[in-house]
Design a protein around this ligand. Structure first.
Ligand code: MN
Length: 257
């Protein structure tokens, strides 16, 4: 039986985690390593400055006092009896769409798996949806990935809409419109403090986007690439190296007596 790792960012006791682990139980030997408490919006943080503790919850389930990426790192690099062939992260309580994936602990766990060479899938449920439905979708996608694999450095970001999905669309990331301003308040001692990330997110109307798919009642599957290099800019900005080198040397010459 292949080893599968299931993790999340909502914590080891989240309903979405249990739904996911249960749904893929027949696909392999399922191990769960998840943060002991909620770590939403923790992004791709790794805990490097204190030891990690792993607490057994039950057979093949552990709680980690760290982030989702910590859980994947531990599991892939030696905690499990053998490395997983698939990392599944979710089912997140709430959507992870468009530009928001850069903040997401759920997606970051799948990024960590991908960086460590393990095919990885993040699954999120749009508010108001049903975990059983999302877990059923996750199982279908996981089974397919186990057979077909994924392109290099590529993970899948899956979002499941509320209600009975009308189908599945392979999508691109949407883009947020940052219309809201920061909210400035005064604390009881008269000092200014600030809230960010307030208000309902607004999205660019972008055809083929993940946002458009879930809004229309479809499951969205977005392939995300972890080569962050902008290869076109590499060519466009190529001349910068010569100019910057010249400036760097000119400064060196001036600095020397
Ligand atoms: Mn979460």
């Amino acid at each position: 039986m292949p080893v599968l790792l299931v993790t999340n960012d909502d914590g080891v006791h989240a309903a979405g985690l249990a739904a996911l682990a249960g749904a893929v139980a027949d696909l392999g030997e399922v191990y769960v390593l998840a943060p002991e408490r909620e770590q939403s919006a923790c992004s791709h943080a790794l805990t490097l400055h204190r030891p990690l503790r792993v607490e057994r919850v039950r057979e093949r389930w552990w709680a980690v006092n760290g982030t989702p990426s910590d859980c994947v790192n531990l599991a892939v690099l030696g905690f499990l009896p053998e490395p997983p062939v698939l990392v599944l992260s979710g089912v997140n309580h709430g959507a992870n769409l468009g530009d928001d994936v850069t903040y997401s602990g759920t997606v970051s766990a799948a990024m960590e798996g991908t960086l460590l060479g393990v095919p990885s899938v993040a699954i999120s449920l749009v508010d108001g949806g049903d975990f059983a439905e999302a877990a059923r979708v996750a199982r279908l996608v996981a089974a397919r990935v186990l057979v077909e694999g994924l392109p290099p450095k590529t993970l899948l970001n899956v979002n499941v809409p509320p209600g009975q999905p009308r189908g599945v669309r392979v999508t691109r990331l949407g883009h947020r419109v940052y219309a809201e301003k920061i909210v400035e308040l005064q604390d009881p001692r008269g000092r200014a403090c600030y809230w960010i990330g307030g208000g309902e997110p607004r999205w660019e109307a972008l055809e083929g986007s993940d946002m458009a798919a879930v809004r229309e009642g479809y499951v969205s599957v977005t392939p995300l690439h972890l080569d962050l290099t902008n290869h076109r800019a590499l060519v466009e900005l190529g001349s910068w190296s010569g100019a910057l080198t010249a400036q760097l040397r000119a400064r060196d010459r001036r600095a020397r007596p």
